[in-house]
Design a protein around this ligand. Structure first.
Ligand SMILES: [Zn+2]
Ligand SMILES: [Zn+2]
Length: 85
């Protein structure tokens, strides 16, 4: 089986082969990918190594919870500087 990762919600899917995986879309409508990079991200998720850099998330986006079936809950700690007038 080929594991594949949704780029939006980080659900993990299993496919019979690589071609099927690359053509699939997630139930959330997100893109599914099964490249070696996403394979490593899946392993990081399972190992609870949830740092943004490890998962390819933007800095300041924090993963609060995750499982393979429901995907991820994020919080966005990025701050936009206030514009002074
Ligand atoms: Zn998804
Ligand atoms: Zn990928």
């Amino acid at each position: 089986m080929v594991p594949a990762l949704c780029q939006d919600c980080l659900r993990v899917w299993e496919f019979v082969d690589w071609e099927t995986a690359m053509q699939a879309t997630c139930t959330c409508g997100g893109q599914i990918c099964s490249c070696p990079k996403c394979y490593r991200r899946i392993q990081s998720l399972h190992a609870r190594r949830w740092e943004a850099a490890q998962l390819g998330l933007p800095n300041g986006v924090v993963l609060l919870g995750w499982n393979a079936y429901d995907g991820a809950q994020f919080t966005d700690l990025r701050r936009e500087p206030l514009k002074h007038d």
